[in-house]
Design a binder for this molecule. Structure first.
Ligand code: CDP
Length: 228
């Protein structure tokens, strides 16, 4: 039994609110259990500095940041660090395949993600929020992007690990993002040592969970708000 009584293949309760940032064209608050993120998009706008401009396609810039009060215990040192640079990069790469970048040649789209509360899975919740913020901003997309972390803790394959589960001795943590309509993986990372069998199970469970998250995202886009 997991400490929050979830089934092994169950993700934490989800709350979604769209257009929560007045000044942004598209924005989203996405909560999964105790992990909560706000994402907001700006643009398409001119690329500055100009030499970064791409005549063939638009440029996406992602900024992932954990707020000092987002973590349990000690305050997180404010500002960017190596981890936030890495996560900004993988989030960008997980979203790009879903965007019709060729429609935004010479332009820049910024996506800012602020982690309000962190209890594991912040990068995947940031991806879920960012995909919805882009959709709210009317950015042309071939699909939404849906993400979840799947892993192993205490000998079991578990969907959407909490920080407590991530800290188990045998833990594997595998953030996965997919484009649900195409069943294509746009992010797959792994922390820990897994057998090929474990990895197959993790990817299968991740895909199934992402499909359910995609349903919640689509509902939110239809209804403007969603919570389960
Ligand atoms: O958040 P995510 O699982 O995507 O990334 P991680 O690097 O595996 O971090 C796992 C968790 O560690 C975060 O969600 C936070 O709960 C915690 N953490 C922290 O407390 N302080 C940090 N500076 C970084 C992470």
């Amino acid at each position: 039994m997991r400490s929050d009584k979830r089934k092994d293949d169950e993700f934490r309760s989800v709350k979604i609110k769209l257009n929560v940032v007045k000044s942004a064209l598209g924005s989203c608050y996405f909560e999964m259990g105790k992990t909560a993120v706000i994402a907001a998009t700006y643009g398409p706008q001119d690329v500055k500095p100009k030499h970064l401009e791409d005549a063939e396609k638009g440029i996406i810039m992602c900024n992932y940041n954990m707020l000092p009060f987002s973590v349990e215990g000690d305050r997180k040192r404010p500002g960017y660090d190596r981890r936030s640079v890495e996560i900004s990069k993988v989030v960008k790469e997980s979203l790009e395949p879903a965007i019709f970048l060729e429609e935004y040649a010479k332009y820049l789209i910024n996506i800012d993600m602020q982690i309000l509360q962190a209890d594991a899975g912040t990068r995947v919740v940031a991806i879920n929020a960012a995909a919805l913020a882009l959709a709210c901003a009317g950015i042309s997309m071939r699909d939404i992007v849906s993400a979840v972390a799947v892993g192993r803790a205490n000998g079991k394959i578990l969907v959407d690990l909490t920080k407590e589960e991530e800290d188990a001795e045998d833990a594997i943590d595998t953030p996965i993002a997919i484009m649900p309509k195409f069943g294509e993986i746009t992010l797959l990372q792994m922390d820990g040592i897994a057998s090929v069998d474990d990895m197959k199970k993790i990817i299968k469970q991740g895909e199934a969970a992402c499909q359910k998250i995609a349903e919640l995202q689509r509902n939110a886009l239809k209804n403007g708000i969603h919570s389960i």
